[in-house]
Write a protein that binds this ligand. Structure first.
Ligand SMILES: C[S@@+](CC[C@H](N)C(=O)[O-])C[C@H]1O[C@@H](n2cnc3c(N)ncnc32)[C@H](O)[C@@H]1O
Length: 276
């Protein structure tokens, strides 16, 4: 039986609505067409009544099988957009989240105010923060991660987007030489106790990129201690909703002179800025 692109889109939206909200299903269907098949909405206006080749139907069936099991679209596609650039993502890396844009914005603001020339992105994952800062400033950028698999992807993204970054494997600031510039990070901050309530898609992302002991606060606290003792001028850190108050108290206790919390669009604590 023949199937047109219009019909395929309607059937795909219906199939996606079997496990997504109807609005999400429609938006995701457009993404599959645009990002996965490379077929724009204007292409569809002209060619929507044409017959879909068997290869395309097979591809959609295979994507649908994976997506039904909860695999995130970004892993199926192999890339994700961040600040207008395509970043490769694999199951070794976290999928970029829109909130992380706020880390880059805050880092740009703090870095310019303090006139920094160097920065380090700790827990770089796919490299989105380090690469964005390298693309948007003249700073010398370093980045660290514990995961060799994530660093491989980050290096590929830096090369693909044409920036030079000093990548180091190791924990927090251990592999990064002094003197330190601005310290920026989106480290794991999810409380392991919340694991059973999380979306099933998170099960596909590396647990080492999500969870931290001490109610999600352990790595952020350890970084604040290390950055302070190594005389960093400031830290800009992504944090979990509701972690702002406790982390500000800890930062002040460590010795940081001033702390600020920025909230995200949903009104949740999202960024901690600590100034020396
Ligand atoms: C939440 S992901 C963030 C990735 C990326 N920065 C982003 O915003 O998409 C946290 C990253 O921190 C890394 N990580 C976890 N513990 C670490 C540690 N002790 N030192 C350095 N990196 C660590 C993980 O491997 C993971 O890539």
């Amino acid at each position: 039986m023949t199937q047109t692109y219009h019909r395929l889109r309607a059937e795909l939206t219906f199939a996606l609505a079997g496990f997504l909200d109807p609005e999400e299903a429609q938006a995701e269907c457009f993404r599959w067409f645009e990002e996965g098949l490379g077929l724009s909405r204007s292409w569809m206006v002209v060619h929507g009544t044409e017959e879909v080749p068997a290869g395309v139907r097979r591809k959609i069936r295979s994507w649908l099988g994976r997506r039904r099991k909860g695999e995130p679209w970004a892993y199926i596609l192999g890339w994700s957009l961040f600040r207008g650039h395509r970043f490769q993502v694999t199951p070794a890396t976290l999928i970029p989240r829109p909130e992380t844009d706020l880390v880059v914005e805050a880092a740009l603001e703090v870095g310019r105010r303090l006139k920094v020339e160097d920065c380090v992105d700790v827990g770089t994952g796919s490299g989105i923060i380090a690469v964005s800062l390298a693309l948007e400033t003249g700073w010398k950028v370093a980045a660290s991660d514990l995961s060799p698999g994530a660093l491989k992807v980050a290096k590929r993204n830096a090369k693909q987007l044409g920036v030079a970054i000093q990548f180091q494997e190791g924990s927090l600031l251990d592999p990064v030489p002094d003197p330190l510039g601005l310290v920026v990070a989106n480290l794991p901050y999810v409380d392991p106790a919340d694991q059973p309530d999380l979306q099933r898609e998170l099960a596909f992302e590396p647990p080492s990129a999500l969870f931290a002991p001490d109610r999600g606060l352990a790595l952020t606290t350890a970084l604040l201690v290390q950055a302070w003792s190594r005389k960093a001028p400031a830290c800009v850190l992504e944090i979990g909703a509701g972690q702002g108050g406790e982390l500000c108290r800890r930062a002040m206790g460590i010795g940081w002179r001033k702390t600020l919390i920025h909230q995200d669009l949903a009104g949740h604590d999202r960024i901690l800025v600590a100034l020396a």
